[in-house]
Write a protein that binds this ligand. Structure first.
Ligand code: HPA
Ligand code: ZN
Length: 326
């Protein structure tokens, strides 16, 4: 098969990856035992059976429960290192990972343990394998803006380790406007800005994220297809959209891969790229996202190359590093 070979061979950039979403059931069990944390599963097979989602919230409930096993700085190191091993398998040479500090600080895990473990693993990934990376901290949108402000304050001592802020969790009912002030403050501190928008909620959330949050990238953004005005705007500005096909299928944003609109977005001229979101929960890492698309949509080899190059175009890396992959 030419296409899987091409996909494997291309060096890739990962721009939409929640590190907590890379927690494989095997590591979840090991950490649950070590830390004496109860998990509602009897076996690995039992866990995999539970990963059958009907929408975003049904996933988030299970994803936050899984994250409870992460307690110490070493746990965050092991989590991140396991993901780095997947980067090696998937030929990911640059990765920008999200983490959700509030999921951990709410449970009494210190911010320093979370960022310390992630950072140490990423440093080893660079020294041992040449993988470059950055870290983006996401605010949980189901919590208040005041909570987000407190988290921003907590992050300031680690400002040099965190390139940007994002916005994730339950989208419908928690629009970007709720976080306009904290995004403005984050920008003033020099953070880059991204936000999940138009995953499950309609395209008005994407307009809001652009108008009120001043984001540099849209995470997901697939609902943009329902607004001609927005499509033109996204094309004109070449605003990046980090699209996550497996996620969209597993969370029933589209019924099937052959219904996914990424080819339409690409053909229209948008700056779309492919990423893996929560690969331990959504049945596969980055190469699998590409092969699932190629198996069901008429993507050409040129399309695949464009999607991969768009990842580097949209990355928070300098022009010299971009030029190596464009
Ligand atoms: N959407 C919103 N929040 C998330 C996601 C997602 O796809 N993955 C992890 N947190
Ligand atoms: Zn996401």
């Amino acid at each position: 098969h030419a296409m899987p070979d091409l996909i494997r061979a291309l060096p890739k950039a990962e721009l939409h990856l929640h590190i907590e979403g890379s927690l494989e059931p095997e590591l979840m069990f090991r950490l649950a035992k070590k830390n004496n944390v109860a998990i509602p599963y009897d076996s690995i097979e039992d866990v995999r059976r539970a990963y059958n989602f009907s929408n975003l919230q049904s996933f988030l409930d299970i994803y936050y429960a899984g994250a409870n096993v992460l307690q110490t700085q070493d746990d965050f190191y092991d989590l991140t290192w396991a993901y780095i091993e997947k980067c090696l398998e998937n030929n990911i040479v640059h990765t920008e990972i999200f983490f959700d500090p509030q999921t951990h600080t709410e449970r009494g895990v210190p911010f320093s343990a979370v960022i310390g473990g992630i950072k140490a693993a990423l440093a080893d990934a660079h020294s041992q394998h040449g993988i470059t990376s950055c870290i983006i901290m996401c605010f949980l949108r189901h919590l208040s803006e005041a909570d987000a402000f407190a988290t921003l304050e907590e992050a300031l001592p680690y400002k040099d380790d965190i390139i940007g802020v994002g916005l994730d969790s339950s989208e419908v009912g928690n629009p970007p406007s709720k976080f306009a002030a904290v995004f403005k403050a984050a920008a003033e501190h020099g953070f880059k800005l991204v936000a999940h928008a138009g995953e499950e909620a309609d395209f008005s959330y994407i307009n809001e994220a652009l108008d009120l949050l001043n984001i540099h990238r849209i995470d997901h953004g697939v609902q943009s297809i329902h607004s001609d005005t927005l499509m033109l705007r996204l094309k004109d500005t070449q605003m990046p959209l980090t699209v996550c096909p497996n996620s969209n299928i597993e969370l029933r944003v589209f019924d099937h891969y052959d219904q996914h609109n990424i080819k339409d977005l690409l053909d229209y001229g948008l700056n779309v790229s492919v990423h893996s979101d929560d690969p331990a929960y959504f049945k596969g890492y980055l190469n699998q996202n590409f092969t699932n698309l190629c198996d069901h949509l008429p993507l050409s080899a040129d399309d695949v190359v464009t999607l991969v190059k768009n990842g580097f175009r949209s990355a928070f890396i300098d022009d010299a590093q971009k030029a190596a992959y464009l």
